[in-house]
Design a protein around this ligand. Structure first.
Ligand SMILES: Nc1ncnc2c1ncn2[C@@H]1O[C@H](COP(=O)(O)OP(=O)(O)OP(=O)(O)O)[C@@H](O)[C@H]1O
Ligand SMILES: [Mg+2]
Length: 261
């Protein structure tokens, strides 16, 4: 029996695009500190689930609760304030802007005190920016000290793994309680992917209440980091269990390899 309340509880979530059912009564519970691998063939609904949880898409039905709060249909900014952050399948950094500017965009919720405050409470605004620079530098240093030392270089000057690290820092700066990672390995080598995931794992060990849902096609990455796996096919959950259990499941084999499996 689990002692903790689930951090995220989704029940019977359904998302349709016209006649296409991208999520079909999908349910998932994630407890504080869980690292859950979300698997499934291309087009099975994984990213759609993240888009629903973060409020980009409004589902047709279901319930979504986070830390006991109802998040169904809430706007993305409110969901982010509630403690859910994400990375995207494709790199979403503005490459011509500095690392710091990119981090600042992610901190909109934290730093946006309104125009009047910023115009008239200059000292307070200055203080919050200065402390944000310190927090950004500290966090980046945990992933790669080189990034922390080059906070004002353009993001485009960094290699792919550092760009992914910057994206992670952007998500983590808001101190989320749930982190959604959509294919962090995209565009990277095996070694880079393992190195990035080791960074994530060690960050999570230092923040043991942080829950993570990881979408990843590289099965070795899933095996290495996740304690539990959930497999989607055509928007439906077809299997849930340990990595070993799901890779041996006939329905999962069929979803990936066809009927011949
Ligand atoms: N905005 C949208 N409008 C219409 N259809 C969409 C939209 N977003 C997703 N879909 C469809 O929903 C289904 C699930 O897509 P989704 O992107 O969630 O898959 P995925 O599991 O993330 O796939 P991949 O592994 O390729 O990233 C697909 O059939 C896709 O074409
Ligand atoms: Mg996807």
């Amino acid at each position: 029996m689990r002692q903790t309340q689930p951090a995220l509880s989704c029940q019977d979530v359904t998302m349709r695009f016209g006649g296409l059912v991208a999520l079909d009564s999908f349910s998932l519970e994630v407890h504080p500190g869980d690292v859950v691998g979300l698997l499934g063939p291309n087009g099975s609904g994984k990213t759609t689930f993240f888009n629903v949880v973060t409020g980009l898409y409004k589902p047709a039905a279901g319930t979504i609760r986070f830390g006991g709060t109802d998040l169904f249909g809430k706007p993305p900014a409110e969901i982010n304030r509630a403690g859910i952050a994400r990375s995207f399948q494709r790199c979403r950094l503005l490459l011509e802007l500095s690392v710091f500017d990119n981090l600042l965009i992610g901190a909109h919720n934290r730093l946006n005190n309104g125009l009047l405050h910023n115009l008239f409470a200059r000292k307070a605004a200055q203080h919050s920016i200065t402390s944000f620079i310190g927090a950004a530098r500290d966090l980046c240093a945990r992933f790669n000290p080189y990034i922390a030392d080059h906070l004002f270089d353009p993001a485009g000057a960094f290699n792919m793994i550092d760009r992914r690290r910057i994206e992670l820092c952007r998500a983590l700066l808001g101190e989320p309680r749930l982190l959604l990672l959509d294919e962090p390995s995209a565009g990277m080598t095996h070694e880079e992917t393992f190195s990035l995931m080791d960074d994530v794992t060690s960050f999570q060990r230092q923040n043991p209440d942080l829950s993570i849902i990881l979408i990843e096609h590289e099965m070795q990455v899933i095996e290495r980091v996740s304690q539990r796996c959930v497999v989607l096919n055509f928007g439906k959950k077809i299997c849930e269990g340990s990595y070993r259990e799901v890779i041996a499941d006939p329905q999962v084999l069929e979803a990936y390899l066809g009927e011949d499996a």
